[in-house]
Design a protein. Structure first.
Ligand SMILES: *Cc1c(COP(=O)(O)O)cnc(C)c1O
Length: 404
């Protein structure tokens, strides 16, 4: 009889979003006259910008003619896209990243889940708590995380770095040195970030202890403050210790289009083994390239018109973020985030647990958010609202919350 990968059996069920969906369905069934507003979604809602549509249409037409038809894309991405990334995301921010250090992919979720394959089976990982679940679960599947405790909701072989209002949501260096450190900045779910000086300390730490930072910069486009780094490579020494993962999902609305990339610098080595060469080998074996049509759409993101249109799209969501943050503050709540990310992270009032506040908000304001405890034990007592809804719905939701 065949045997399965038993590591999969260790995964606790991810009940967060299915529990939310069930609770909302039960509520709407019992209260059909009430209009529920969802501020829990982590997905964009604005349509693709005109310049992206134009690029997609043009590329589709090319695929219909013999002379311009394209088959398999180069494994690592088309040069037109990799060069646009180098110029716009790196050169213009003073980062020295070359096109052959860019690996184009179908998105940041796959890359952030797959990157752990490059490291040894016993590599110890460190994650922020609360955290984007992909980082931990992909390491569980690889058998790296030890035993799960229902009590503490933690894995025995994972280092958790609590990010709470007490430490300003800035993780502290762990007592025991990890081999891999996952940092998502600006952060999902807390909506907070760190200064460039604080990030530099993490880069210095990683170089000192010989760790690799997996830097998820999916929300880079939402940064509004001057002293926040857009790329980890703005920090000195990052090329010897950091892999950066980027996505077109949140800055350009590609959640359904699918495009991302990962940067693995050539200077990033273990002895004389190059992680860049290893990732190229992995990509070439397990991935057959992002679609030509989609890579052309990605190129359009970096055109002058693309930059202008997407700046507007990001500004639309950030107007929602500001409305939520200011509105909640005025109503007396303690709120974080919403300045460099489209997420608002609030403290639940009156010592309520995250789930108690979820129920309270659903029943009394008919507003849906996400319980912070679903992202890790240190998320207990917090609640996430997203700025990805429509402006009208966002304002309506706030009005209801303010009346509570
Ligand atoms: C949304 C998100 C991503 C983006 O994933 P894609 O696969 O590119 O859509 C990556 N990381 C975090 C933390 C996210 O919230």
């Amino acid at each position: 009889m065949f045997q399965v990968n038993e590591n999969y059996l260790k995964l606790p069920g991810s009940y967060l979003f299915s529990t939310i969906a069930k609770k909302v369905a039960a509520f709407t069934e019992a209260n059909p006259e009430k209009k529920v507003i969802r501020l829990g979604i982590g997905d964009v809602t604005q349509p693709l910008a005109p310049v992206i549509l134009e690029a997609l249409h043009k590329a589709v037409d090319e695929m219909g003619k013999t002379e311009t038809f394209r088959g398999y894309a180069p494994d690592l991405g088309y040069d037109f896209l990799r060069n646009a990334i180098v110029k716009n995301d790196y050169e213009e921010r003073g980062c020295d990243i070359a096109a052959d250090e860019i690996f184009v992919s179908d998105g940041a979720k796959s890359d952030s889940g797959n990157i752990q394959e490059l490291f040894s089976a016993d590599a110890k990982i460190a994650v922020c708590d609360p955290v984007y679940p992909v980082y931990v679960d992909s390491n569980v599947m690889a058998g790296r995380t030890g035993v799960y405790s229902e009590d503490t909701q933690t894995w025995s072989n994972v280092i958790y770095m609590p990010c709470t209002m007490e430490n300003g949501f800035v993780p502290e260096f762990p007592k025991e040195a990890p081999q891999l450190i996952y940092l998502c900045l600006p952060n999902n779910p807390t909506g907070t970030t760190v200064t460039k000086a604080q990030l530099q300390e993490w880069v210095d730490y990683a170089n000192r202890v010989g760790a690799v930072i997996i830097y998820d910069a999916a929300y880079e486009a939402y940064i509004s403050e001057e002293n926040v780094a857009h790329s980890v490579y703005e920090c000195k020494g990052a090329k010897t210790c950091a892999i950066e993962i980027r996505s077109f999902s949140k800055n350009a609305g590609f959640t359904g289009v699918r495009l991302g990339f990962t940067v693995v610098p050539k200077e990033l080595k273990c002895g004389d083994v190059s992680l860049n060469a290893m990732w190229a080998r992995r990509h070439g074996t397990k991935f057959n390239g992002a679609p030509y049509i989609v890579q052309r759409a990605g190129e359009a993101v970096y055109s002058e018109a693309g930059k202008a249109q997407l700046k507007e799209q990001v500004a639309y969501y950030m107007k929602n973020a500001k409305a939520i943050k200011d509105g909640l503050k005025n109503a007396g709540y303690t709120v974080f985030g919403g300045v460099n990310a489209p997420y608002i992270w609030m403290k639940t009032p009156d010592q309520m647990t995250s789930w108690q506040f979820f129920d309270y908000l659903l029943e009394n304001a008919n507003v849906v958010g996400t319980p912070g405890s679903g992202f890790g034990p240190s998320g207990e007592g917090y609640f996430r609202l997203t700025a990805f809804g429509s402006y009208e719905n966002t304002l309506a939701a706030l009005e209801r919350i303010q009346k509570l």
